[in-house]
Design a protein. Structure first.
Length: 269
């Protein structure tokens, strides 16, 4: 996105969130971190505050959003959610803000803590928030585990064919075309794996921030402290599981880079 378009998006987002309201703001479009707007839980029933962790479980990695876009969408969309009240154009205004927040996600991506705060507003307790992130993590782990296994199977099959081609004294025209296709397929898997690695990195950043804030909140709880601590411990385990999957993914990336180089040499020889 060029600079002019980005500035236009930011200007539009600022105008949308500058509607009259009693809420106080520390950053244009972002609610104050220090004050709650009322003594009651915020009604977010018509606002999408799905966890960025859920994005890791999306099948289409190539078109999934970065955490900056997801966080930007949550935080800026919430700004509009608070500002537009019950006006007739409410749903369209919120949708516009979410879209703008996603497009300007690189700018707002640093406000991970703000997105976590908005996420917490959707739940009546810290336990419910942590439980929702556990569910999201389990879904992401299950989806990605099967995807990673499928990728590994494809790599092994391609490598077996690559070794067969390497063993030949010379390649026919058809075998050279096959080698080119194998190289292209390997490059596609590598690109997808690199995108997935970025998603893992970003998700772990989100989880680390969420866990850090939860740890301090649990120490101040007067009710449900034990079960909330158990949920916290369980989410820590899910985080460790995701980190392990990331380590395995890095091994896969290294293998794909090596295979791509081998195929390139084979085609050139």
């Amino acid at each position: 996105m060029n600079t002019y378009k980005l500035l236009l998006l930011l200007t539009l987002s600022s105008s949308l969130v500058s509607l009259p309201s009693q809420a106080e703001w520390t950053i244009p479009g972002f609610p104050s971190k220090d004050k709650s707007d009322s003594g009651q839980a915020e009604d977010l029933s018509d606002f999408d505050v799905s966890s960025p962790i859920e994005q890791l479980g999306k099948e289409d990695i190539a078109t999934s959003k970065t955490i900056g876009q997801v966080v930007g969408g949550i935080a800026l969309g919430y700004g509009c959610h608070k500002k537009v009240g019950n006006m007739p154009f409410r749903s369209k205004a919120i949708a516009a803000c979410v879209a703008i927040g996603m497009k300007a996600g690189i700018v707002f991506g640093e406000y991970v803590g703000e997105a976590i705060r908005v996420r917490r507003l959707a739940y009546a307790s810290e336990y419910e928030y942590l439980d929702s992130e556990i569910t999201a993590s389990e879904s992401a782990i299950e989806t990605r585990q099967s995807a990673l296994e499928k990728t590994q199977t494809e790599i092994e099959e391609a490598r077996a064919r690559m070794e067969a081609l390497k063993a030949k004294a010379s390649l026919t025209a058809a075998e050279i075309e096959e080698a080119k296709k194998l190289k292209a397929d390997t490059k596609a898997r590598l690109d997808e794996s690199l995108l997935l690695k970025n998603r893992y990195d970003d998700t772990l950043v989100y989880l680390d921030n969420a866990l850090e804030e939860s740890k301090s909140k649990i120490s101040n709880l007067e009710t449900d402290k034990e079960k909330t601590q158990q949920a916290y411990d369980e989410l820590v385990k899910k985080r460790q599981n995701l980190a392990s999957m990331l380590a395995n993914l890095q091994i896969t990336i290294n293998e794909l880079k090596s295979d791509e180089a081998v195929m390139a040499n084979l085609i050139a020889s």
